[in-house]
Each structure stands twice: as C-alpha cells, then as structure tokens.
Design a binder for this molecule. Structure first.
Ligand code: AMP
Ligand code: MN
Ligand code: MN
Ligand code: MN
Length: 272
C-alpha cells in the first residue's frame, strides 16, 4: 500500500505527524507522503525518525489560484530546504494569516465575534484554515456541526470563502519542479468544473510542468475514476493516489491505497 495524500495536525488533520506515520506503518503502508496544507512542519518533525518498513517522501498540498478558481497541487519528493520552496511556503504562511483575519471579519459581521482568537486556539500553532474556524463555530454554539459551518459560512461562495488570494497555479507548479519534486493535480473532480474547463485546467497544469493527476482521492464515487483515467490517457499524464486522510470518520477513507488496484498508466511512485 502507498499513500501520497495525508494530513497531520500541522494543518487540519487530527493526528500528530508522529502518530500518523506510526499508524500508517502499522497498517501496512510502505510508502507515503504527509501532504499538509501549505506547510511541511509535520513532515520535518518526523523525517529523521521514520518507522521501519515505511518510506516517507517529502510532501505538501499547496493552495493556488487558476483564474478565479482555488486549486490544490500536491508536491512530492522535493528538496524541503530548496530556497524557492521555503520562500513559497513563507508566502503561504502570510497568505493564510491574512486570510484568517478576513474570515474572522466576515464572521464578525455575521454575528460571530472573536473568531480569530477562537480559531487560533483550535489550531494550536497549526497552519490555520477554514476547518479550525468550523470547529470553533461548533464549540461556540454558532452552528451544530462543521458540515453546517461550511454549508452556511465557509464553503464555496459563502462569506468566509475569501477568493483571489493564493499564488498562481503556474508559479506553484514551477516551484515544486524547481525544488526537484513532482507536481500532482489533487482531486481534479472536487473543483466541480465542466469537462471542458477541467480539460483546460489540466492543460494549464501540464504546460506549467505538472506531471500527474490524482486518480484516487479517498473513496472515489463510482464513475469518478473513469473520467480521470480518460483525461490521463488523453493528455499522457502520470497518476497519483492517496487517502486524503484527516481523521477517522465513517465518510472518509482510511490510510493507504492498494497499488495493485491501479492496473494501467504510470504511477508517480515509479519515478520517486
Ligand atoms: P482551507 O485549506 O482553509 O481552504 O480549508 C479547506 C479544507 O477544509 C479542506 O482541505 C477540507 O479538509 C476541509 N473541508 C472542505 N469542505 C468541507 C466541508 N464541507 N466540511 C468539512 N470540512 C471541509
Ligand atoms: Mn484539509
Ligand atoms: Mn485538497
Ligand atoms: Mn488534502
């Protein structure tokens, strides 16, 4: 089993990076990447002491912008000390702090004061994101669930969805590539694009140096993978797979993807 898309408590995952790799090793994952949102702090905290039987490669899930759309690019196997990468991550730290202030301002105007301090307390030093706001909103009694927090306040098109804030897609892909890594277009179907637009996104991604599409993310719905495989064949891309694990939940996948289920194409794992 491999897993090239996972989250630790350094972003919005529930497990510390240590617990995450220990668990992955215990459950039979042989190669994995911790791909936290816009931070490699979790990876750095464990990369010197990886459980035996597990190979950990560097990873990150970078937020970026393609036109008005927010897109996630997974970077794998890059040099974490490469200056272009560390600079890029510093820029994202600042972008996330600025965004958190804007989200808090919007929530304040919707009758929820104190959101910034609240979300920061939830994050406990992690790279701050909307899930931390969602958790605080539940704890403060503003909504009954994190799902509702997203549906009403934080999700696409809602007041707390701050747009046009991330670095451009091509700069993001270029940074990963320059740092010696491989860029993967994460969960291509999550952007809810028409087939034509998704093709245009894929072309922009490939033109910028991107090499793979994530054909399995968590638990794909029947038919999802067919669409992605068609795109992979059409555009001659490689493939990546991952659980996108954040925490145990009845709705999401556990750690690890069985590589034997990938019967065609070329996996990024063959070049890493
Ligand atoms: P951010 O990185 O701050 O933009 O937050 C995006 C993250 O929020 C995603 O990576 C998911 O982990 C989480 N998320 C997105 N939509 C939902 C939702 N409807 N309910 C719960 N969590 C969500
Ligand atoms: Mn997340
Ligand atoms: Mn994502
Ligand atoms: Mn993710």
């Amino acid at each position: 089993m491999i897993d090239f898309h996972t989250h630790s408590a350094a972003s919005d995952g529930a497990l510390s990076a240590r617990d995450l790799v220990d668990r992955a090793a215990r459950e039979g994952v042989r190669r994995m990447a911790i791909t936290d949102h816009d931070t490699i702090a979790g990876y750095l905290s464990v990369c010197q002491a990886v459980p035996s039987g597990l190979e950990l490669i560097s990873g990150v899930e970078l937020s970026c912008q393609w036109g008005r759309a927010g897109i996630h690019i997974v970077g794998l196997g890059f040099d974490p000390t490469f200056p272009a990468m560390t600079r890029h991550l510093e820029g994202l730290d600042k972008a996330r702090r600025d965004r958190a202030e804007k989200i808090a301002h919007k929530l304040d105007r919707s009758g929820m004061p104190g959101a910034l301090a609240g979300a920061m307390a939830v994050a406990q030093g992690a790279q701050i994101g909307r899930p931390h706001f969602a958790r605080w909103m539940v704890m403060a009694g503003h909504v009954v669930s994190e799902e509702i927090a997203f549906k009403r306040f934080l999700g696409r098109g809602k007041p707390g969805d701050i747009s046009l804030l991330w670095p451009a897609l091509d700069d993001t892909v270029a940074t990963i590539t320059a740092s010696g890594g491989v860029a993967v277009l994460a969960h291509p179907l999550e952007y809810k694009m028409t087939a034509t637009r998704l093709r245009a996104l894929t072309d922009a991604f490939r033109d910028a140096g991107g090499v793979a599409l994530e054909v399995i993310n968590g638990r794909p719905k029947p038919g999802d993978t067919d669409t992605l495989w068609r795109l992979v064949r059409e555009r001659d891309l490689r493939v990546s797979v991952g659980s996108d694990f954040h925490r145990d939940s009845p709705y999401s996948a556990g750690l690890g993807v069985e590589v034997s289920t990938i019967r065609e194409g070329t996996g990024v794992w063959e070049q890493l």
